[in-house]
Write a protein that binds this ligand. Structure first.
Ligand code: SF4
Length: 482
C-alpha cells in the first residue's frame, strides 16, 4: 500500500470511529470492458484508503449518501456523455445535504478540454477531475482534497503503464487483464486515440505473473484487454514479445483453463495468432473481429485500412484453421456519406460471413475526429430505417447459428444461479455464449455426482436456441449420454 493511501486510511479510520459508521465510496462505470477493469482498480485504491465500496448512492438523502462518488466516464457516443452530465448534475443535491462528499470524475470524457471547462464552470460541486493516464494517482489527488481542501480539475494526463495498482475484482472466476493501453489507428470516427493516448504495452512477464496470481486465487478464465491487442509489443514500450507469443505463454505457463482477448483489428490479425488459437487448448475458439462496414469505399473513409475482400479472406482463413470458431463483430450504421449501395454491401457481408453475434451502433459525431467535420451526415430517419434492417438480419442469423448447436454438448464455465430463475444455472461456452441450464438431479443422484458450482467447467447438452442465448441441461460428466 502506498504511503499516501496509508495516511488517508489512518485519517478515515479516526473519522469513521467518530461517526460510528464506516466510510463508503461508490464507483459508477460507463462504457467498455477497459472502463469496467479500470473501475476494479479504482475500487482497489479506495479500499486501500479505508472506504467500503457500496453498489449505489442516493442523491436525496432518503437512502445513504456515500463519502465518495466516482464517475468513470465514456465518450465514445454522445448519449453516454449526456447521461453522465445528467447524473453529475443530480449529485449537486447530495453535496448540499452532505458537504464533505467528494465527487470525482475520471475516464475518457475528461481527456477532452471542453468537458474539463464545462465541469470547471457549471459543475462546481465536482472536487477532482483526472484523466485516463493518471487514474493510478487517485490517492495523491484525494490527499490534496482531504488534507489541503484543494479542488483539482484537469490534472495533466500521462502515457503511463502502471503496475502494482490494487484491485477489487468483480468476479472470482473470470478476470480482465490489461495487456496494452492506447491506440495508434485513428479511425476517422473514433475518439479513443485522442483520449487514451498512444499505444504502449505491459511487459510480458508482468502479465504472466498477474495471470498466475489470478489462477492461485481461483480464476478459470482471463480476458486479455487492449484497444488493439494485435499491436501488443510493438513500439518502444514493448519487450520484443508479440501478441501471438504472449497468448501462447499465458495458455502454457499459467495454468489458466480459458483465455480469450479483445479487441483485434482486422488489418493486424496475424497468421501466428490464428495458429495459436487453433493449437492451444486453453485459448478459446472465439474471435471478435470488428468489421464496421461491408463496403470498401466506406471502409476507406473510415480509415480502417482493409477492404471488404481482405476481410472476407481473413474470415475464410480463420474458419479453415479453426472450423468451430465463434465469430462476432461490430457494425456501424449511418457513417457520413453512407449510400444505400454501401449499406447493401454491409447487409450482404453479414449474410456471407454469418457472424454468431454483431454489436450494432449508430454513428455518433465526436468532436475532434475527422468525420465530425464532414458535411454529408446521413439523415436520422434513413439511419434508423437501415439500423432496423441490420438488426433484423443479424438477429435471424444469430438464432440460426444458435439453432445449429441444438443437441450438442458444450463446455460451460458456470457463473452461478440464473438471474431470471434461481433454480437454474447460468454460464458461458467457449464461444462466450450464455447458456441457462437445468441440472437433472435424479441422474446426478444415480451417478453420485454433485450439482455444479460457480467456477466449475462442465459439459451441458444444448436443448433449445434463443436469439441471444442457449438453453440446456447438465446430466453429469458425459452430457452426450444422459
Ligand atoms: S482501432 Fe479504430 S475504432 Fe478501435 S480504438 Fe483505435 S481508432 Fe478507435
Amino acid at each position: 500500500m502506498s504511503r499516501l493511501s496509508r495516511k488517508i486510511k489512518e485519517y478515515n479510520e479516526k473519522l469513521s470511529e467518530e461517526k460510528a459508521q464506516p466510510l463508503t465510496a461508490c464507483v459508477k462505470t460507463f462504457g467498455c470492458q477497459m472502463n469496467e477493469h479500470d473501475s476494479e482498480k479504482i475500487k482497489g485504491m479506495l479500499i486501500n484508503m479505508g472506504y467500503d465500496i457500496v453498489p449505489d448512492y442516493s442523491v436525496t438523502g432518503s437512502g445513504s449518501i456515500p463519502d465518495v462518488i466516482v464517475f468513470n466516464t465514456c465518450c465514445v457516443r454522445e448519449n453516454a456523455e449526456d447521461k453522465i452530465f445528467g447524473q453529475l448534475g443530480a449529485v449537486k443535491g447530495a453535496k448540499r445535504l452532505k458537504p464533505e462528499l467528494i465527487v470525482v470524475v475520471l475516464g475518457c470524457m475528461t481527456e477532452q478540454e471542453w468537458v474539463v471547462e464545462r465541469i470547471k464552470k457549471s459543475y462546481r460541486h465536482v472536487d477532482l477531475v483526472l484523466g485516463t493516464g493518471n487514474t493510478y494517482r487517485l490517492p495523491e489527488y484525494m490527499a490534496a482534497r482531504i488534507f489541503e481542501g484543494r479542488r483539482v480539475i484537469g490534472a495533466e494526463s500521462e502515457d503511463s503503464v502502471p503496475e502494482g495498482v490494487p484491485m477489487l475484482r468483480d468476479d472470482k472466476f473470470k478476470a480482465y487483464v490489461t495487456v496494452m493501453y492506447g491506440c495508434d489507428n485513428f479511425c476517422s470516427y473514433c475518439i479513443v486515440p485522442y483520449v487514451r493516448g498512444r499505444e504502449r504495452s505491459r511487459k510480458a512477464d508482468d502479465i504472466i505473473d498477474e495471470v498466475k496470481a489470478l489462477v492461485q486465487s481461483g480464476a478459470k478464465e482471463v480476458m486479455l484487454l487492449g484497444q488493439n491487442v494485435n499491436s501488443y509489443g510493438k513500439g518502444k514500450s514493448g519487450d520484443g514479445t508479440d501478441f501471438a507469443s504472449l497468448i501462447r505463454r499465458v495458455a502454457r505457463e499459467t495454468g489458466i483453463a480459458r483465455v480469450r482477448f479483445m479487441t483485434s483489428h482486422p488489418k493486424d490479425l496475424s497468421p501466428e495468432l490464428i495458429r495459436a488459437i487453433a493449437e492451444e487448448p486453453a485459448i478459446c475458439a472465439q474471435l471478435h473481429l470488428p468489421v464496421q462496414s461491408g463496403s470498401t469505399s466506406e471502409l476507406k473513409r473510415m480509415n480502417r485500412k482493409y477492404t471488404r475482400e481482405k476481410y472476407l479472406d481473413l474470415v475464410s482463413e480463420v474458419r479453415k484453421m479453426i472450423p468451430d470458431v465463434t465469430l462476432s463483430t461490430d457494425i456501424m450504421i449511418g457513417f457520413p456519406g453512407e449510400t444505400e449501395e454501401e449499406f447493401a454491401d454491409t447487409l450482404s457481408l453479414l449474410e456471407e460471413v454469418r457472424f454468431d453475434a454483431a454489436f450494432t451502433f449508430i454513428y455518433s459525431k465526436r468532436q475532434g475526429t475527422p468525420a465530425a467535420s464532414w458535411t454529408d451526415q446521413v439523415p436520422a430517419e434513413i439511419v434508423n430505417e437501415r439500423f432496423a434492417r441490420l438488426v433484423e438480419t443479424q438477429n435471424r442469423i444469430s438464432r440460426e447459428k444458435n439453432e445449429a448447436l441444438e443437441g450438442k454438448a458444450l463446455s460451460v464455465l458456470v457463473e452461478g444461479p440464473s438471474r431470471t430463475d434461481p433454480s437454474r444455472l447460468t454460464g458461458r461456452t467457449e464461444g462466450n455464449k450464455v447458456v441457462n441450464f437445468d441440472v437433472d438431479a435424479a441422474v446426478l443422484n444415480e451417478r453420485g455426482l454433485n450439482k455444479p458450482e460457480a467456477g466449475d467447467i462442465v459439459p451441458v447438452k444444448i436443448t433449445r436456441a434463443e436469439t441471444w442465448s442457449l438453453e440446456g441441461v447438465y446430466y453429469g460428466k458425459n452430457a452426450e449420454d444422459p
